[in-house]
Design a protein around this ligand. Structure first.
Ligand SMILES: *Cc1c(COP(=O)(O)O)cnc(C)c1O
Length: 433
């Protein structure tokens, strides 16, 4: 096979990979094709995709209906700028998303990826206050939050440990500790009360300076799949709302069934719903990028004015790309057949590992299972997490530990058999690390 050496040569000499230290990373694996829950390399060796290719894939790879949707839409209308023009796929997707999200959401702003959906949300919140004649220049968030890599997203995620090189940041962001919740967690009430105390202190000083509170609802993704309780989030929202602070939910990871419901916010009572939701990742089923930022009429109306200065000046070349929108509509139609529930299976497969003390901090939320293992060094990208990743890969599993946290977030087409066999392999590897 001549393609493989060609890829390797070009890759090694000319490609700059994301989140990768080229000096120490091993050669990336060249993948030739994908089908269902599997990837295949150039030797036709299968790899089970247990992380949905960075959390984007929900229906499996090469889904015939999605592939057809891509082709059909490309033939009918491939792209059109979205200022001064509109089209059916965008209208259909807007209607579908608003039907799922329900009231009060009434407006959809399109962009290309998770980070841009966050930039849109942050800028909307910031300018909302400007347009109302108020200066609110701070943001509030959670520690270890991750909201993307563009400048604004990075600033609200500055405690994620990824961005030391860019400090200090010009945007004022305060963060609350996350009271982590997991199986057999003992002191949760104390941790929650401490976090709420800190919140109260921050709000007393800066309550009217915060434009928005931004949060990954119920589960912090890249920060280590840290889960916290719905009741805690509801309490925080009630506190920040008392100061008029807007609430932004970053549902980029949690959206489209990952936590068992379409959106995580649907697990909260109506009164704790956010003002803005950001979605991307699973939106198109994982074939091509697309993102949306949803909000309600009150926020939209603050931009409704004869003066151009009140306009939301934001847009991207590929805003609301028709192919991406049509794919998203098709993906959501497939999802309407039912969001799976892997939780009982995860429990059966991973509780024994917990009972044998092989893993700790087991958390199973909807279709995500995560647990920690005891490694000498727990940071992202360190020697041990890389070693583990390679062990998994050798055994035909695609997993990407976050430091000492291992998690599974597979495409929904994965079978019980495939998950069971993966759990056996994981156990074997953990026993021999
Ligand atoms: C992945 C992710 C982002 C960033 O999305 P990109 O498409 O990678 O820019 C933001 N927030 C959360 C919670 C994410 O998981």
């Amino acid at each position: 096979m001549v393609d493989k050496p060609f890829i390797q040569h070009i890759d090694q000499n000319h490609i700059w990979h994301p989140f990768t230290q080229a000096a120490t990373a091993s050669q990336p694996l060249a993948i030739k094709r994908a089908e269902g829950a599997y990837y295949y390399d150039y030797e036709d060796k299968p790899y089970l995709d247990l992380i949905a290719s960075w959390w984007v894939n929900i229906h499996g790879h090469g889904h015939p209906q999605l592939v057809k949707a891509l082709y059909d839409q490309a033939k009918a209308l491939d792209h059109i700028l979205f200022a001064g023009f509109t089209h059916l796929p965008a209208a259909q997707l807007t209607k579908t998303l608003l039907d799922i999200a329900g009231a009060p959401f009434s407006r959809v702003f399109f962009s290309d990826n998770g980070s841009t959906a966050i930039e849109v949300a942050l800028k909307m919140a910031y300018q909302y206050w400007q347009n109302l004649g108020q200066k609110r220049m701070r943001f509030l968030g959670l520690q270890h939050a991750y909201h993307g890599d563009t400048w604004g997203a990075m600033m609200v995620g500055q405690t994620s440990n990824f961005f030391h090189a860019y400090q200090p940041f010009p945007l004022m962001v305060d963060t609350l500790p996350v009271p982590e919740y997991f199986h057999d967690c003992k002191d949760i009430e104390i941790k929650e009360a401490q976090a709420l105390d800190q919140l109260e202190t921050l709000l007393k000083t800066h309550g009217h300076d915060y434009a928005a509170f931004i949060v990954e609802p119920l589960m912090l993704g890249a920060g280590g799949m840290k889960h916290y309780r719905t009741t805690f989030l509801a309490q925080v929202i009630a506190c920040v709302r008392a100061y008029g602070i807007l609430v932004i939910f970053d549902e980029i990871m949690t959206g489209f069934g990952r936590l068992g419901t379409y959106f995580a916010f649907q697990q909260l009572h109506q009164q704790y719903q956010p003002d803005i939701i950001c979605c991307s990742k699973g939106l198109t089923g994982g074939l091509i990028p697309l993102a949306v930022t949803l909000t309600h009429e009150t926020l939209f109306q603050a931009f409704w004015h004869n003066e151009f200065s009140k306009t939301f000046i934001h847009g991207h070349s590929y805003t609301a790309n028709p192919i991406a929108c049509h794919l998203a509509v098709t993906s959501l139609t497939l999802l309407a057949a039912g969001i799976p529930n892997f939780a009982p299976l995860y429990k059966r497969l991973f509780m024994p590992l917990y009972e044998e003390n092989l893993i700790s901090k087991l958390r199973i939320i909807g279709n995500i299972v995560a647990f920690d293992i005891n490694l000498p060094d727990n940071n992202y990208g360190t020697h041990y997490s890389q070693t583990l990743r390679h062990r998994f890969l050798e055994s035909g599993l695609i997993l990407r530990p976050l430091g000492n946290t291992i998690y599974l977030m597979p495409p929904y087409v994965i079978t019980e058999e495939q998950l069971t066999s993966a759990a056996t392999t994981i156990k074997k590897i953990l026993c021999n690390i």
